[in-house]
Design a protein around this ligand. Structure first.
Ligand code: MF3
Ligand code: CO
Length: 256
């Protein structure tokens, strides 16, 4: 696990601040009739105007600034003028910002107007999975403690955990060691070290855990076509605890 120096942490925090602000900005764009292409373009401008750069653009050939995934799409949706948000959709927006060579990564799932009770519960439980995962988590614990808490909360609510995708270390690169799985035993995985920075990102399906990939080579969808939600933050682990670097300042969990 990579331990960040104080000067690196300053830059990661700035990247995370732009990421968080971009997600708050994105939330205001969500309404019926808007295309995911237009949302992506607006977020891209916001990130650049904020002094950052959209790290997904060009990453392994990804063609847009952000990943936008509607309903049964789990993650990595390519924004498109043909994908128009409709009342009742849920839409996941995943943003990675680079700032002076360091990264921040976060995702939220938002509702488009009124949504049904199942989608409402799915969004709520997915966010809860993140917070159950980090509850009492500290330097010296194994990643498996987090993974197991996420899986337990999702499955006890009748939902399933996507297996093929996971969270990750983050810093100079978007994806660094270790893998941060959303399932497993408490004794699994490496021990969390001081000044580690991890992107923790439960991806939870309303139905079965199985996924497939679209022919565009990016979009990940549930096999049963039931909805999926995503909630991600970049988290810094310190000697005294942890800091959620991409959390909205008005979130009920925000306390610093
Ligand atoms: N934000 C994603 C993650 O959490 C990665 C996006 S893939 C990209 O790992 F190609 F769009 F960058
Ligand atoms: Co991530």
């Amino acid at each position: 696990m990579i331990q960040k120096r104080p000067d690196e942490i300053v830059l990661i925090k700035k990247a995370c601040e732009i990421t968080r602000n971009a997600l708050v900005f994105a939330k205001g764009l969500i309404k019926p009739g808007v295309s995911t292409f237009d949302i992506d373009k607006s977020i891209e401008k916001f990130i650049i105007d904020s002094g950052g750069s959209p790290a997904c653009l060009g990453y392994e050939g990804f063609p847009a600034a952000t990943c936008i995934s509607v309903n049964e799409m789990v993650v990595h949706g390519i924004p498109s003028p043909d994908i128009i948000l409709q009342e009742g959709d849920i839409v996941s927006i995943d943003i990675v910002v680079a700032y002076k060579g360091y990264h921040g990564d976060a995702a939220r799932t938002y509702a488009v107007g009124e949504i049904d009770a199942e989608k409402e519960k799915l969004m709520k439980v997915t966010k809860e999975c993140f917070f159950k995962g980090i509850e009492n988590l500290r330097v010296g614990d194994r990643i498996g403690k987090l993974s197991n808490a996420i899986q337990t909360h999702a499955e006890s609510n009748g939902f399933s955990v996507v297996r093929e995708l996971c969270g990750h270390g983050i810093g100079r690169r978007m994806h660094e060691a270790p893998s941060v799985l959303n399932f497993g035993k408490p004794t699994d995985g490496p021990v969390i070290t001081e000044n580690a920075v991890l992107a923790i990102e439960p991806m939870i399906n309303a139905g079965k855990k199985e996924i497939g990939m679209l022919s565009d080579g990016w979009g990940i969808v549930t096999r049963d076509r039931r909805p999926s939600a995503h909630y991600e933050n970049t988290v810094l682990f310190t000697r005294s605890g942890l800091e959620i670097l991409t959390l909205e300042l008005d979130d009920e969990h925000y306390a610093r």
